[in-house]
Design a protein around this ligand. Structure first.
Ligand code: SAH
Length: 366
């Protein structure tokens, strides 16, 4: 997995990219699609094993391209079954991917950037600042690795790891298209959720590009409070955000916006806030996820007590809004919402490297 800057990383390609490359290298578009299947459906990255591709095509690929998968350098299991993987990128940067199993479901929480620029006041990723966008290969590479680790494609994906996905539009949408493609991971569009703090122009473009499920980090029912908690609100205030979300879920498929609302004691958790929230969301097909605040060192916030969360939830439910209190998963390993910053212990790096070389040889192919 050498750093080969003059060569193209095949993990960065979308479907038409694979088809075009095949033609450019003298093969047929379907050869490009077969290459996509080898890499993403079967997890094979050794060209020698791709025996249905013309030899000349494989030779050109070996000469002019390479395949770099983000490498799992740490694995940290949580008591509740959640696992956090720390992945190292070609330039040595590190990101985090979380696996959350629940019954038959296996959800992968995917990062879209190294760090984040949005500076939400209650999020620990914000504290590390923004480093860079992830490439398509680095985003889909998280699913590639998770699929190898799980032995099958995840059933659900949430773009809720580090970063603001809509601030990295091209690579995020390209990767989500691969997640949902039948030639690759075959995850239903409704089971891929993009979570955004509300970059309205990008949200307006998203539906045509990739019609996945939408979650929005709302966290406050008024501009005054949201300006403070989610500063991007100063640029795209609620009167722009709410109609754009409503528009996103409009159409034939009956869908709802999932509103994420972190419960901060004495800040946004009163009954008056709940009432304001009900007014704000009137006429918008909505589902609300109340998230217990996950504390981190240096934060000025504390979690709302259970009875306040329950009273808040009951008020919303009485108004007819589906509301659930999200279970905190993986908080013992800092894998919970807003805790992804790369604070981990080295567990079994050698074992992981061994597993990876088996996977790279196609040992885990489905
Ligand atoms: N930037 C995107 C993706 C992050 S998703 C977004 O804002 O939607 C992670 C979710 O966890 C977001 O709703 C985020 O606001 C929330 N979150 C961040 N820090 C948190 C914390 N300390 N406790 C609980 N939830 C938090």
């Amino acid at each position: 997995m050498s750093l080969a800057s003059d060569k193209m990383n095949l993990l960065d390609l979308d479907k038409s990219g694979f088809e075009n490359l095949a033609v450019e290298f003298g093969a047929k578009p379907f050869h490009g699609r077969n290459l996509l299947k080898w890499i993403h459906k079967h997890g094979v990255i050794d060209l020698e094993q791709m025996t249905d591709l013309p030899k000349s095509f494989r030779e050109a690929l070996a000469e002019k391209t390479y395949i770099a998968v983000p490498e799992i350098v740490f694995e940290q299991p949580s008591l509740d079954g959640t696992t956090k993987w720390v992945l190292e990128l070609e330039d040595g940067q590190r990101i985090e991917t979380v696996h959350i199993p629940e019954g038959d479901r296996s959800t992968i929480c995917v990062s879209s950037q190294v760090g984040c620029a949005l500076d939400c006041s209650f999020c620990s990723t914000a504290q590390q600042g923004f480093n860079r966008n992830l490439t398509t290969g680095e985003i889909i590479g998280q699913i590639w690795q998770a699929t190898r680790e799980l032995g099958r494609s995840p059933t659900n994906v949430v773009m809720m790891g580090m970063g603001e996905p809509l601030a990295n539009f091209g690579p995020v949408t390209a990767a989500m298209k691969l997640m949902t493609d039948d030639l690759a991971y075959m995850i239903a569009k409704a089971r891929v959720t993009i979570s955004t703090s509300g970059i309205v122009p990008a949200l307006r473009r998203l539906k045509d590009e990739c019609d996945v499920s939408l979650a929005v980090s709302l966290h406050a029912p008024t501009n005054e409070l949201r300006d403070e908690l989610v500063p991007i609100n100063q640029k795209y205030p609620l009167e722009e955000l709410i109609p754009a979300c409503k528009e996103f879920v409009s159409g034939e498929r009956k869908r709802k916006v999932t509103w994420e609302y972190v419960m901060l004691d004495g800040v946004n958790d009163s009954i008056a806030h709940a009432k304001a929230l009900i007014r704000l969301l009137e006429g918008v097909p909505s589902k609300i996820n109340l998230i217990p605040f996950n504390p981190f060192p240096g934060t000025r916030y504390t979690t709302s007590p259970r009875d306040k969360v329950d009273a808040f939830r009951d008020r919303l439910v009485r108004a007819g809004i589906v509301t659930i209190t999200r279970k905190t998963r993986g908080d013992d390993i800092d894998a919970a919402c807003g805790q992804l910053v790369g604070k981990v212990r080295d567990k079994s790096r050698r074992q992981l490297r061994r597993d990876q070389s088996v996977a790279a040889q196609g040992g885990n192919a489905q």
